[in-house]
Design a protein around this ligand. Structure first.
Ligand code: B12
Ligand code: SF4
Length: 547
């Protein structure tokens, strides 16, 4: 059994989702899809940084293992690992229950190792974690690379925790100590995101049978301030000490893509909008992509706001298959303004037309349940959705997407509920942003996210709508999207019928489970929830008989 200095663990969202009756409803197709098994991209740069500085490190994607090796005995797996430090990722809030469960297991199985948490959510709740969860020895706040290196150096000197940059920990006297943050990164050129050999299992990078796709980041941070986002400029400033995003230079991005080519990856994504770096930045990036000609079969780019013709023309001139992602979130200009992205439907539609003129497909994401949103506003979202579907249909009919629509599911727009991220503007001042928080601290997140049905995973209400109304509007919006998909030929009649049955079944589950919460007999409650899960599983199976 090799011994590591650090094992970085990416947890499942719920431990143990394989044994719990879960109803992810609008949030995912099944329990596996809501385990969020992608490691935060920053875990790779942490692993590389420590490795380059002489420490033995590996990332263990435990969430992915549990999804893809259903029989895995997690306790046994953890018992067979050996490390001085178990550094568990609590980046995405969805992992709150799973990360703490893993921390508790690591402490139980390896009482002499240190258990550290890190990531955006851990950063927001650092004090509470050390106060309430004795299985966690420390939290590394903000960026992880340099502070973890400092921590390992400290451990070499004194073999136990002490003051170290970005660390919150319990002193020997039981006092909670929060050490100051190191200066934040001003650029990302010292980091490496492509050392796949430091990640296990290897097939958690991309499944063997899928196309080899990897994404790189343009920057760390954001210049926007969307009310519900825990990666907003506000969060990075208040929690990570970062006043502006740190960019990766165009030269490094192009050399990253060449590295990826060596690893047989040619489907490349760039996270975050390169326009955030200014005109000179994106022009240089696009010019280098044209000049250096890294192999790219498809490039996907994020547009955080609409774009003008100059930009779209430059994107098209890169000369590869391009896909753009633009998230209007709502069809109401008013709601989008309250969210913090003040652009109009008109500007969005103009960008879509431009993209189609240059034969670039665009995917759009919508959500339901934003502050300021009324039933009428959701109607506007449906109208915009239908208009975008009609535009896409037209572009496809005219062959404007070339081969691309055979491989990209341009199956209409994408819909998802929202949650309020810890550390977001709305989390810090809910009233001013039109929200009421239902979970305010980590303990409440863990309790809410551990409930069996997805409507309880929504952590807020708005001034306009209570949680039950938001959930019903989400259900109705899903029904609308099913109609649209059937209309545009993405669902057959039987598939659409099946999808409508799923929504109806989900409504029944929500009602039944809500009613069960009044039961005082916990065993009976659990037995009845399990029975409901089994009935639904049966429904999934019978589907096969009519398709
Ligand atoms: C690109 C992106 C994605 C990409 C890639 C995600 C990925 N693999 O990292 C995609 C589109 C796949 C994605 C998906 C999701 N995302 Co996202 N995503 C982003 C975005 C826009 C940028 C992320 C980024 O590049 N960060 C910079 C990189 C370098 O650093 P990093 O990953 O943050 O890691 C550093 C630190 O956080 C820390 N750290 C991280 N983990 C750990 C662990 C330890 C032990 C330590 C010590 C430190 C540490 O150190 C790292 C290096 O310095 C952010 C918004 C933003 N502005 O940050 C949202 C964001 C991170 N995503 C978020 C969410 C919620 C999700 C989803 C759960 C959404 C959903 N419901 O499906 C999924 C989860 C997917 C999964 N895990 O399977 C939230 C998280 C908020 C929260 N507190 O929970 C954010 C902040 C904003 C948002 N609402 O979208 N996302
Ligand atoms: S949701 Fe808004 S604030 Fe968050 S990363 Fe995207 S654009 Fe930036």
């Amino acid at each position: 059994m090799p011994s590591f200095d650090v094992i970085l663990l990416h947890p499942p969202a719920i431990y143990d989702f394989r044994k719990e009756p879960l109803f992810p409803g609008a949030l995912g197709r099944n329990a596996e899809t809501v385990q969020f098994t992608k490691v935060p991209i920053g875990m790779l740069s942490i692993a590389d940084y420590l490795d380059r500085h002489g420490y033995k490190v590996v990332i263990d994607n435990l969430g992915d293992r549990m999804v893809n090796e259903p029989g895995i005995d997690v306790e046994n797996h953890l018992k067979n690992l050996s490390a001085k430090v178990f550094a568990i990722g609590l980046h995405f809030q969805q992992h709150s229950p799973g990360a703490l469960a893993m921390a508790s297991l690591c402490k139980k199985l390896h009482p002499h190792s240190l258990v550290i948490l890190g990531g955006l959510t851990a950063t927001c709740f650092h004090h509470e974690i050390i106060e309430k969860y004795p299985c966690v020895d420390g939290v590394i706040r903000a960026e992880g690379e340099k502070p973890l290196l400092e921590l390992l150096r400290l451990l070499e000197k004194r073999d136990r925790l002490g003051d170290s940059p970005n660390l919150t920990y319990r002193s020997l006297e039981g006092e909670i100590r929060s050490c100051p943050l190191m200066p934040a990164s001003t650029d990302l050129d010292d980091y490496v995101y492509t050392r796949f050999e430091l990640l296990t299992p290897q097939n958690s990078i991309y499944a063997e049978d899928s196309c080899h796709r990897w994404s790189l980041e343009v920057c760390r941070g954001c210049t926007y301030n969307c009310a519900i986002c825990g990666g907003s400029a506000h969060t990075y400033r208040t929690r990570l000490g970062m006043d502006r995003p740190a960019f990766r230079s165009p030269q490094r991005i192009v050399s990253d893509i060449k590295d990826l080519n060596e690893r047989n990856v040619r489907f490349i994504g760039l996270y975050q909008d390169p326009r955030m770096g200014g005109k000179r930045y994106w022009q240089e990036l696009f010019a280098l992509l044209k000049k250096e000609k890294p192999e790219i079969e498809r490039l996907s780019l994020d547009l955080l706001i609409p774009a003008d013709e100059n930009f779209i023309r430059e994107v098209a001139s890169i000369g590869r298959e391009i896909i753009l992602h633009l998230c209007p979130d709502t069809g109401s200009d008013k709601v989008r303004r309250i969210l913090g992205r003040p652009y109009s439907n008109e500007a969005l539609l103009h960008t879509m037309r431009l993209c189609h003129d240059y034969r670039i497909p665009v995917t759009n994401f919508f959500s339901v349940g934003l502050a300021g949103e009324t039933v009428e506003d959701v109607g506007k979202t449906w109208e915009l959705w239908a208009e975008l579907d009609a535009m896409n249909e037209d572009a496809r009919r005219h062959g404007h997407y070339g081969d691309i629509d055979a491989t990209v599911p341009i199956g209409g727009q994408i819909l998802g509920p929202i949650v309020i991220d810890p550390g977001s503007p709305a989390f810090d001042d809910p009233q001013a942003h039109g929200y009421t928080l239902l979970y305010k601290n980590l303990e409440e997140y863990v309790a809410g996210l551990s409930r069996p049905v997805w409507n309880h995973w929504l952590n807020y209400e708005t001034t306009e709508l209570d949680r039950a109304s938001i959930v019903e509007l989400i259900n109705q919006s899903i029904e609308f999207t099913i109609d649209q998909r059937e209309r545009h030929g993405f669902y057959s009649e039987a598939e659409a019928h099946y999808e409508r049955c799923r929504v109806e079944a989900d409504r029944v589950v929500q009602k039944e489970v809500d009613a069960l919460f009044d039961l005082t007999d916990e065993r009976e409650k659990r037995a009845r929830i399990i029975a409901m899960r089994k009935n639904l599983d049966q429904l999934e199976k019978t589907r096969m008989t009519f398709l």
